[in-house]
Design a protein. Structure first.
Length: 114
């Protein structure tokens, strides 16, 4: 892997941790959700650190912030999918505490960067 500056950012580290937690949580989703909610949640989660990384590599502040906003939007999308998962009883408030904590921290950090 390339040793890049964005990998030292706490927001990057926490967003990568969030991705791992989402993969762990969605492991036991019903098979019927493999190409539905499971895939959607995983893609939204991966999009968070991916867009953060891409933004960090941009030279102009305007361009960087655009990618940080996309990253934050993916986090909001993921939050909606978590809520749907709870409503469908795929998850409950007990097994989402770590994800909620990480999501709130990442949201705050991204908002501060924007």
């Amino acid at each position: 892997m390339i040793n890049l500056n964005h990998k030292q950012l706490n927001v990057y580290k926490k967003s990568v941790e969030l991705v791992s937690e989402i993969y762990r949580l969605t492991e036991n989703y019903p098979k019927a959700e493999t190409f539905g909610l499971t895939s959607q949640m995983r893609r939204a989660a991966v999009s968070i650190p991916s867009n953060l990384s891409e933004g960090a590599s941009r030279k102009s502040e305007k361009d960087r912030k655009r990618f940080y906003r996309i990253s934050r939007s993916s986090l909001v999308e993921l939050d909606t999918q978590l809520e749907i998962s709870i409503n469908l009883n795929y998850l409950n408030n007990n097994n989402t505490k770590k994800v909620e904590k990480l999501a709130n921290e990442v949201f705050a950090m991204l908002s501060n960067m924007i």
